[in-house]
Design a protein around this ligand. Structure first.
Ligand code: BGC
Length: 549
């Protein structure tokens, strides 16, 4: 820990930061075991500094049996031995801080791993004990408790209840898990749980961590009183606006975050946080207010089809919403849970992505060129917006989803638990290609935990580094220019054709995106960057240009 370099400075650094999400197991493997690790992340500090991001966010690297890619945490205050040690972590922190980059870590407060010492204690303890009260145990229904307490589904299907076995081998109580059975939900009415998470936040803050990404931030508080309601679905369209859902976005959830805010603010500079909260947009400010987590992911553009009108509407709404909540907006196109956007943009708008994955990416056909063009245009649009942008590892290479992973290679509990109905999220979690050739394209020397397709070589860092017009070089140029052009958090819309999104920042930085297939006339101004070569002085379809006026 002594080696950590703490970054001082502006406490508003996060408001317009570009944050790069590292999915540790798939980033860079330093010891040839096929799994990315902490030393691997340290070894790529120059790459990320040259890319020009302000911060990195590490998905979980804690001890875990990897039942859900690490979101099943067995110990919140340690590093998974498969990925390294706390000393490696300190070394990594120091390296990133030295290059002026901040570090976010993931906090997973809704559930632990079933291997967490508390859950093991709970299993060994009697019903009604203090050890069981840290989780959500209930007696079953039916004559002998053989039926689950209710029919709530888990996100990964089918049931959100699993029955335990008593020490004498007889069947016991049931416990709640909104995700996999290996991810038992905590009871957030329990004081020990509340205290322990504050301890975790302090533990990482003391090690110099600058920010926290809060996993399923809206699920912590639950109304477990009977009668249990029917729960039609888990997406935010089913969550009412009045905080009355039994499982999600309950009003008192943010009391937890008020408590965390005190901890964040006891540091200098205050630690920051960003909520992953799939709630109706109107309710997002509750999580992003300066009294609670300070910022929340805005996934609206991630689910917005490629349409100028829809993008504009969503941007307008979110810039406004952020201002009202005292936060800044976040912009996101991809993360470790969704099909990579270079693929989404190359498929017909209405394509069913789950079916597409089940067809191994064969039907409908992916138009790679179109997907790539739009992905390049989209990131330039995002980077010109007021607020912060979250980039997912590999999108700077223009990587597509690996849609044809064979069933026996898949690790996602969505696939494993839902009888092969959903292929899940492994296709965006395939390790990064660093070199043009080699069994794992420079990811490591001992293969990769998910198969890497042959075409990855062309999208490797080495291949793109040497091509002036590569997506990697576009990201580098855009991030460099953005840094120079940063200005106050507002924008003004400029009148344009219906298929064009044109806005200006207060310092005369204009961004123009052409959502159509036809070239459009370029507005006046000095061209500073373009996602595609201009054609006869015009902006081609599916591209963005930045102008300075
Ligand atoms: C994470 C997922 C994870 C789930 C359960 C999510 O929101 O991003 O990867 O499966 O939480 O922890």
């Amino acid at each position: 820990m002594a080696s950590s370099v703490f970054l001082a400075g502006d406490e508003n650094w996060w408001r317009q930061a570009v944050v790069y999400q590292v999915y540790p197991r798939s980033f860079k493997d330093s010891n040839g075991d096929g799994l990315g690790d902490v030393k691997g992340i340290t070894s790529k500090v120059d790459y990320l500094a040259d890319l020009g991001v302000d911060a990195i966010w590490l998905s979980p690297f804690y001890p875990s049996a990897l039942a859900d890619g690490g979101y099943d945490v067995a110990d919140y205050r340690d590093v998974d031995p498969k990925l390294g040690t706390l000393a490696d972590f300190d070394e990594m922190m120091a390296a990133y801080h030295k290059r002026g980059m901040r570090v976010f870590v993931d906090v997973v407060p809704n559930h632990s791993s079933d291997l967490h010492v508390w859950f093991q204690e709970a299993l060994a303890a009697a019903p009604g004990s203090a050890a069981r009260d840290r989780y959500i145990f209930r007696d079953g229904k039916g004559v002998n408790g053989e039926l689950p307490p209710n029919d709530w589904p888990s996100h990964f299907g089918p049931s959100s209840w699993t029955r335990t076995t008593n020490a004498d081998g007889t069947p016991g109580q049931w416990y709640l898990h909104l995700f996999a059975p290996e991810q038992p939900d905590f009871n957030w009415d329990n004081e020990e749980v509340i205290d322990d998470f504050k301890k975790t936040i302090r533990f990482w803050s003391d090690r110099g961590v600058d920010g926290f990404r809060i996993d399923v931030a809206h699920a912590l508080k639950k109304d477990m009183s009977e009668p249990y309601p029917k729960i039609p679905g888990y997406d935010e369209t089913h969550i009412p606006l009045d905080g009355s859902h039994h499982l999600f976005d309950r009003d008192d959830t943010i009391e937890i975050y008020r408590g965390w805010r005190e901890v964040f603010n006891s540091y200098d500079p205050p630690r920051v946080a960003v909520a992953e909260a799939w709630v109706p947009t109107e309710r997002r400010p509750r999580y992003s207010s300066p009294e609670t987590l300070g910022q929340a992911f805005n996934f609206d553009l991630l689910i917005t089809p490629w349409s100028a009108k829809k993008f504009k509407k969503s941007i307008e709404f979110n810039v406004d919403l952020a201002a009202k909540s005292g936060s800044s907006s976040t912009w996101v196109l991809s993360n470790h849970d969704v099909v990579r956007h270079a693929s989404r943009y190359g498929l017909p708008q209405k394509a069913n992505l789950e079916k597409w994955l089940l067809s191994d990416g064969e039907a409908p056909r992916l138009d790679r060129e179109l997907g790539q063009q739009r992905a390049r245009a989209a990131i330039m649009l995002l980077l010109a917006l007021p607020g912060s942008t979250y980039i997912y590892q590999g999108e700077e290479l223009g990587l597509f989803e690996v849609a044809d992973l064979p069933g026996d290679a898949l690790q996602d509990p969505m696939w494993l638990r839902d009888s092969g109905k959903r292929k899940g999220r492994d296709g965006c979690r395939v390790p990064l290609p660093w070199e043009k050739t080699g069994t794992s394209f420079g990811f490591g020397t001992g293969g990769a935990h998910l198969p890497m397709p042959g075409w990855f070589g062309d999208y490797s860092v080495a291949a793109e580094d040497s091509r002036a017009d590569s997506t990697l070089n576009l990201y580098r140029s855009a991030l460099e220019l953005r840094k120079k052009s940063l200005t106050t958090e507002s924008l003004e819309w400029v009148r344009s054709k219906g298929t064009v999104v044109h806005f200006a920042r207060p310092n005369g930085w204009h961004s123009v995106t052409n959502f159509s297939h036809r070239s459009v006339r370029l507005p006046e101004g000095k061209v500073v960057l373009s996602s595609a070569p201009l054609v006869d002085g015009k902006l081609p379809g599916n591209s963005t240009v930045w102008l300075q006026k």
